[in-house]
Design a protein around this ligand. Structure first.
Ligand code: BJW
Length: 251
């Protein structure tokens, strides 16, 4: 087997990393938008039909998020970002801000952010993004164009995820791709492991159980991310490529 020389790391996180902080995952018996049907809240068509329902849903989540704290897995990634000497990119599918609360910087939120609203381009808005920590007032004008067209800054099904060019560029240069707490069923994120493998990266997943894309991973670490990830980050920072070689040899 060729000698590993890991410089650039790309991490992808999903709902599972925030589960131990108390945010339910999407695809479980108790998850999935807390009894809302996905088509009632998570598509542009649903918003066209009933914007108040969709706004109220995200308003409720925003209020809950105010009392939720990062867990050891978020903290471990913040440490990795601070201490890794090579390139480091953290992409999250999550709309919560727990990575930032833990101290991670330059987080790429490919599915948007709960604490932001945006002037809706499809309705003739200008795309300006506004930070918010409160329930959305439909009468609030956009600070840039003045139109009252602000919507949750969330990527719904059928919409293009954010920062795809940047993510593709980072994946194409990755040496190690780490996926944490994602079921691997929602695209394009579910395809990132394949892109990373084509770029020659070693791939490792962290989950409670093998994900839908497990066949693309060189190694899997199964258990709660809050328990498994701090130890992994510790070893990666102290032993680098040598540790990853051992991990995939033992897989
Ligand atoms: C733990 C743990 C612990 C638990 N420790 N682990 C047919 C085929 C293929 C694709 C499509 C298709 N029809 C349509 C599509 C495209 C569609 C799609 O993928 N649909 C599939 C469902 C079939 N995708 C889109 O529409 C996307 N846009 C798009 O494709 O644009 C076109 C395009 C083309 C080419 C290039 C680029 C773009 C947009 C997707 C938008 C997703 N939005 C959501 C909602 C946002 C916020 C909200 O409303 O709340 O994002 S959906 C939801 O799923 C959310 C998540 O980010 C996303 C992924 O879920 P995630 O994170 O994987 O969560 P779960 O619950 O599924 O899994 C949690 C995992 O954690 C589990 O595995 C647990 O085991 C694990 N876990 N506790 C470690 N303690």
């Amino acid at each position: 087997m060729k000698q590993l020389n890991i410089k650039n790391i790309v991490v992808l996180t999903g709902a599972g990393i925030s589960a131990e902080s108390g945010i339910p995952v999407f695809r479980s018996e108790t998850g999935l938008w807390e009894n809302h049907r996905v088509e009632d809240v998570c598509t542009p068509e649903a918003y066209d039909r009933n914007p108040a329902l969709v706004r109220n849903f995200y308003d409720g989540m925003r209020v809950k998020l105010a009392n939720i704290k990062p867990n050891p897995a978020h903290l471990a990634l913040a440490r990795l970002g601070r201490e890794w000497k090579g390139g480091y990119t953290l992409v999250t599918q999550n709309i919560d801000n727990l990575h930032e609360q833990a101290g991670s910087e330059n987080v790429i939120h490919m599915h948007g952010e709960l604490m932001k609203i945006r002037c809706y381009e499809d309705y003739g808005g200008c795309g300006t993004v506004v930070e918010t920590d409160r329930p959305q007032d439909p009468e609030q004008p956009c600070p840039n164009c003045g139109k009252k067209l602000l919507r949750p800054h969330i990527v719904w099904f059928g919409e293009m995820p954010l920062d795809m060019d940047l993510i593709s560029e980072r994946l194409s240069k990755s040496d190690l791709f780490i996926s944490i707490g994602t079921s691997g069923v929602v695209y394009p994120a579910a395809g990132f492991v394949r892109s990373a493998k084509f770029a020659g990266a070693v791939t490792v997943e962290f989950n409670l159980e093998p994900s839908a894309t497990k066949g693309y991973f060189d190694a899997g670490v199964y258990g709660k991310a809050g328990t498994t990830l701090p130890d992994f980050v510790d070893r990666l920072l102290s032993r680098g490529s040598e540790y990853i070689s051992e991990l995939i040899r033992g897989a």
